[in-house]
Design a protein around this ligand. Structure first.
Ligand SMILES: [Mg+2]
Length: 445
């Protein structure tokens, strides 16, 4: 969110101004200000927080309509498009078939507030449809939210590029520099969203994404707003930039931003599998160094380990039900591997296509049992030198696959760092099944 608003403020000095295509410019000028992009970004975020994570399409849409009108009237001089302003002051709750980039510039909170991609995409579509119900308007919002979701879940630039081109049909093959040659900037989704995504893809850090977006010219506040929103999910945003943003905003806006930050943090903390595994390891270390002597104190430590173990299982369960992902390292046949290698570096997530036939990697424990490997993030997977690709898949799917494999003891989560060996009994429990299920047909093959 800060990433989007910082971009809007920086871009505001350069909106539709004739200038050289360069990344060298002052971030802030006397003309810098927040625009409609910021106001509407906050309106979407506030609406989604108010209705809660499980709200229906109808609840979300009517809250959005209410808050779009409320925020626009509270900040009437933020630079709205004419059609939007007419809609704000009209009494129709119908969209007006717009493909303006208003739908995509305001969508960033959607990329942060949900735990799975399907829900993220659906809410992004709904957030667009209340006003921008032209297919391009809807697509722009969905694409930006998707990029934010993927980036914050550890997908790298090459994989995001591939996925977005396939899902949304945008051409992302030209660099910002190439595009700048004949770029005729306007305020449509189709002429700004792919450009902003490209600025995000080729950026070296957060600031570079903003500079790349503004260097194109045209609707620079919105280009930088979208690129900044996506770049924040990939690189984070420097603390001093956050402070700059706060200086430009009204007090109630800063308050709303801090509420959103707290919600994001909360989502992470309570469901963090890595943190729960870390706690388990701490309890086990304590036990190994001073327990195991049958004393009262040692029994207490055993209980603490049991509790920590249940917390790990609970965290996995919560994340599974929220549709979160595991990253599974895969083996590919020689020729499929060769076809991937010029596109993706080893250690990245690959999008699954019908011509790929990945096998799964398993890891042996000292007792000779084999465990299916899964990681909570790509960073965990690449704690050892990357020598394979990953697929990102719903946790439930990984769990189900492990139950189908006859010679597999379970799943090892985060094998290279603080790891957790999850035997089939626990997996069955998490899946709500009685006991391990073995697919005998597969056995015979
Ligand atoms: Mg604007």
């Amino acid at each position: 969110m800060y990433g989007a608003i910082f971009g809007d403020i920086v871009g505001s000095s350069y909106e539709f101004k004739e200038r050289e295509h360069t990344k060298l410019f002052r971030l802030f000028t006397e003309e810098s200000h927040f625009t409609d992009d910021t106001v509407m970004t906050l309106a979407v975020a506030k609406s989604l927080i108010e209705v809660g994570p499980m709200a229906s399409e109808e609840e979300i849409k009517s809250k959005l309509i209410f808050n779009f009108r409320g925020f626009a009237k509270q900040f009437p001089n933020a630079g709205y498009g004419r059609m939007f302003w007419d809609w704000v002051n009209g009494d129709s709750d119908e969209g007006y078939e717009s493909y303006g980039n208003g739908s995509a510039m305001r969508v960033s909170s959607v990329g942060w507030l949900y735990d799975n991609l399907d829900r993220t995409r659906a809410v992004a579509r709904w957030s667009a449809e209340v006003t921008h119900n032209h297919p391009e308007g809807v697509k722009g919002a969905e694409a930006v939210a998707t990029v934010i979701f993927l980036a914050r879940n550890g997908w790298n630039a090459a994989t995001i590029k591939f996925f977005v081109e396939r899902e949304f049909g945008y051409d992302l093959s030209h660099s910002i520099q190439e595009m700048a040659q004949d770029y005729k900037g306007d305020a449509t989704c189709q002429n700004t969203v792919p450009q902003a995504i490209r600025a995000f893809l080729e950026a070296e850090d957060y600031e570079d994404a903003i500079r790349g977006a503004v260097s194109l010219g045209g609707d620079s506040d919105t280009l930088a707003c979208m690129a900044g929103a996506m770049a924040e999910a990939r690189f984070g945003i420097p603390e001093e930039f956050r402070e700059e943003v706060n200086d430009y905003l009204a007090e109630n806006m800063v308050k709303l931003l801090s509420t959103i930050d707290n919600i994001k943090k909360d989502l992470e903390d309570h469901r963090n599998i890595e943190l729960m595994i870390h706690n388990l390891h701490e309890e086990q270390k304590k036990y190994q160094s001073q327990g195991a002597d049958g004393s009262e104190a040692s029994k207490e430590m055993e209980q603490a380990i049991g509790l920590a173990l249940r917390h790990v299982a609970h965290a996995i369960h919560v994340r599974m039900n929220a549709g979160c992902m595991f990253f599974a390292p895969v083996e590919l046949p020689e020729e499929e591997l060769a076809s991937l290698q010029d596109k993706f570096a080893l250690g990245s997530v690959i999008p699954l296509t019908s011509n790929l036939h990945p096998g799964r990697r398993s890891i042996a424990s000292p007792d000779g049992k084999r465990w299916l490997a899964a990681f909570t993030s790509i960073d965990e997977g690449n704690k050892r030198k990357p020598d394979c690709y990953y697929v990102g898949e719903p946790i439930r799917f990984t769990l189900e696959v492990s139950m189908q494999l006859p010679d597999c003891a379970g799943i090892v989560v985060n094998a290279w760092g603080e790891s957790f060996f999850m035997p089939k009994e626990i997996i069955a429990n998490l899946l709500g099944k009685e006991g391990p299920e073995v697919n005998h047909d597969q056995d015979k093959r």
